[in-house]
Design a protein around this ligand. Sequence first.
Ligand code: TYD
Ligand code: MG
Length: 465
Amino acid sequence: MTTARKPPLRRSSGQARTVFACQECGFENSKWLGRCPDCSSWNTFVERFPAQRPKASGPAAAPLELSRLPHDEEPRLAFGLPEFDRVLGGGVVPGSLVLIGGDPGIGKSTLLLQVAYLAATGRPVLYLSGEESARQIKLRAGRLGVAGDGLFVLTETNLDAALQEAESLSPGLLIVDSIQTVHSDAAPQAPGSIVQLRQCTMDLMRWAKGTGVPAFIVGHVTKGGDIAGPRLLEHIVDVVLYLEGERFSSYRLLRSVKNRFGSIDEVGVFEMTGEGMTAVHNPSQAFIAERAGQDGQGGAVGSVIVPTLEGSRPLLVEVQALTSPTAMPTPRRTTNGVDFNRLLLITAVLTRRVGLSLAAQDVIASVVGGLRVHEPAADLGLALAIVSSYRDKPIPPDLVALGEVGLSAELRSVSQLERRLLEAERLGFRRCLLPQAALVRSKPRTNLELLPAATLQEAIKLGLA
Ligand code: TYD
Ligand code: MG
């Protein structure tokens, strides 16, 4: 008997297999899907025949030995606007791509127009606008006192055409306002779709790296809070800055969340005025200036000053709370600038461990000036503000408080204590309520009178005596 040999299994590696790709986000799958598992959009899958891997069009870049590379620091282009330069780490690095994100209307275009004007590159600056007409930009420039010599405005939404134009102008700085309005011929999708955003950002990255010219791109933040959904552009670009602030408040914080050339611990503080964004040089002073009882008499009910840190920068903020009796079965908790879950935690600790009857009280907590405080170091301040309001007893005007509150009402230590105390001292405060745990390892150098407390109960006794 002869045994028939099975033919060898044929591998499909050489064959082009079809894949289905989402038109919206580029997600690929071997089968057609009605709904994209990545970006959740419906009916966006189309069949795609993957191209064979193309041959390299030229020789590869030669590998370089790190030790033989020159050691010089990149020279930076500074704008002479210290709050802005600081956030970039001392200026923008040539050939880098910087993304500025923020809510619509927060002031991104205003800030960039001012920056464009200040850029002393010795070459023209190209402001590519897909959102506003040249006339609108001229009007705004007039309001900002920007004369506009050497500043060229291009209203074009086709990025390929715009970059071609840039080639002949040879600018020293490029600004793209916004990445959501431009489109590239290389992708068929509509402007603002994820594929287009990615394509345009990569085109701009290539352009910046190729020409050695820095470029800023504006990105509007979606309702979810990040630029174009899944933090997609952040990993492509070199630097990511966010401009934050509340609409109704004039203060704006420029925060760095990624920087390939510097620290991300920096924050710039601006105020939106009639003449555009002006730098706030003494932000702590600005944020606590309107506190009630600031005349040294009596102090303020429901208001506590907390020395927080914004990156590496100490900043005094005023945390306020208001408790008000309610007949509703579920009392309301409202926050503004304070983390909602943090407020729930603190009201729970105050109810269970301190014995405050907050079950029949609405509690509103807020940070003055449209600021947002993310730090647990503000816990104690918030807790004290609530107790102060509930008991209608003022907090002494010369007192600041800081410390994290744990679930058993224990007070936990905070980082960079000395820096915070120094800022409080600089602004004329005399006493600081703080966790005992913060003094265990070393005593901070400060002229403030320190009031250590191990638990929230102790802190309340000391602060609201
Ligand atoms: P804008 O820079 O257009 O915001 P974005 O580009 O982030 O969408 O700023 C919009 C707001 O700023 C607008 O509501 C008006 C206000 N504004 C001022 O308060 N002062 C000024 O000097 C300018 C130019 C704008
Ligand atoms: Mg704008």
